[in-house]
Design a protein around this ligand. Structure first.
Ligand code: FAD
Length: 388
């Protein structure tokens, strides 16, 4: 067992921390209030070479693992940039994994350098209003017509679609009634987010205002066959391949928010004097904060165990899912406790923890809910009957 970061990993954390220090809380507050994409942050991360941290070296990436990508994203959220900061770069850092893992050499050469250098923004188009978490029942259809597909349907919650140049799009190519299993007959495309055929309508939401999420109305979008990733009908499997590392990254992000919230709460608890003593001298203030620290550390251990399993080629489904569950709960609990610690000022935008709280909440719901993770663990780890 070795619980030490390598000197390279430690240096990487410090470099990302320094980069993020140039984008303090006030920067993120302003982006949040103005509902403005953090373009200069995104460009700074690209210029630092961090977007390609886990991308193949052949296309300009650093070729490192999920462990390093998780460290980068954890520093990003822990800077106070929270979910907004992470969501602005997450797709470039890992979201295009299906293209990396299953795309052709031509597709990779054409698209990965742009993603790594920050020239290409990509939206992830999976969720649909009538399917929700039951992805295999999505309704968007792609019908082949010679050397192209005609795609029509609806997507919901698609993040960065206001900004994105490209979209990873999952659509059904063989009707559900004609496949042996619902997981078959879905195909994945990496194609232009063509606004002539895709209406993008922003969804007003509770937080993470700097990064948009949208409904997409896709009407006769023509997609060249050359934009299909891998084989027709295997798209769901390609998405599944990336889910475990995705859980690890999201877990690391959630812990980062918990840490910054806890740090702000502790600082306030030391400075705020009421009844003639710092509020942090009271155990009713101390103990919940101490419990938050313990829970964040425990979730972090499992997160990086899952990352290590993945990077060393071992199966990590149980650990990655459990890490996401625990990290999201611990991250939100810390943000909630931070708000409570600041009292009335916890509700004031000036102190930023209300923004952390709104953004930490998101990780409890997406990209997968605690209910579905528990069902997965019950079935796949404990061997109980499938419940859904
Ligand atoms: C801000 C934001 C950004 C997002 N960005 C993207 C994106 O970029 N691309 C994308 O494709 N998607 C995106 N999503 C979608 C997100 O992944 C989904 O919201 C999420 O997968 C949950 O799906 P749903 O909202 O349809 O929930 P539903 O499937 O409708 O579920 C609703 C609730 O019911 C529970 N539930 C459902 N079935 C069961 C069951 N069998 N047992 C117990 N409980 C159950 C769920 O756990 C959940 O709590 C985003 C969502 C948000 C809010």
């Amino acid at each position: 067992m070795d619980f030490q970061w390598t000197p390279e990993q430690q240096a990487l954390r410090e470099q990302v921390r320094r980069l993020c220090a140039g984008f303090p809380d006030d920067y993120w507050h302003e982006r949040d209030v103005k509902h403005e994409f953090p373009e200069d942050f995104y460009q700074a991360v690209a210029a630092g070479g961090w977007l390609g941290i886990a991308m193949p070296e052949a296309y300009g990436g650093a070729g490192l693992g999920i462990t390093e990508a998780a460290l980068v994203l954890q520093e990003v959220t822990a800077s106070g940039g929270c979910t907004a900061a992470a969501s602005s770069v997450h797709m470039n850092i890992f979201g295009v994994n299906p293209l990396v893992a299953h795309g052709s050499a031509e597709q990779k050469a054409a698209h990965l350098p742009g993603v790594i250098q920050g020239r290409t923004k990509v939206a992830f188009g999976v969720t649909e209003p009538d399917a929700g978490l039951d992805t295999t029942h999505l309704k968007t259809r792609a019908v082949r017509e010679g050397e192209r597909y005609r795609v029509s349907g609806r997507k919901i919650w698609i993040s960065t679609a206001q900004e994105a140049h490209k979209i990873l799009l999952l659509a059904r190519t063989t009707p559900l009634e004609e496949v042996r299993r619902p997981t078959e007959g879905l195909s994945l495309f990496f194609t232009d987010l063509n606004r002539d055929a895709i209406e993008v309508r922003e969804i007003p939401k509770a937080g993470r205002h700097a990064v948009d999420s949208n409904e997409l109305f896709i009407d006769n979008l023509l997609v060249p066959v050359a934009d299909r990733i891998g084989e027709e009908g295997k798209g769901f499997r390609y998405i599944l391949d990336g889910l475990n590392p995705e859980r690890v990254l999201v877990a690391a992000e959630a812990i980062g928010i918990g840490r910054v919230a806890l740090e702000r709460a502790v600082r306030y608890a030391k400075e705020r004097v009421v009844f003639g003593r710092p509020i942090g001298q009271n155990q009713a203030i101390q103990h919940p904060l101490a419990a938050c620290w313990a829970n964040l550390e425990a979730a972090n251990l499992l997160t990086f165990k899952a990352a290590w399993l993945y990077d060393s080629g071992q199966s990590c489904g149980a650990e990655a899912n459990a890490a996401k569950l625990l990290a999201a709960e611990a991250g939100f609990a810390a943000a909630d406790r931070a708000m409570q610690t600041l009292g009335g000022m916890g509700y004031a935008q000036e102190f930023h923890v209300e923004r952390y709280w709104r953004e930490a909440k998101l990780y409890r719901m997406v990209p997968i809910s605690p209910e579905l993770i528990l069902s997965f663990i019950a079935e796949r780890v404990l061997g109980l009957p499938k419940s859904y």
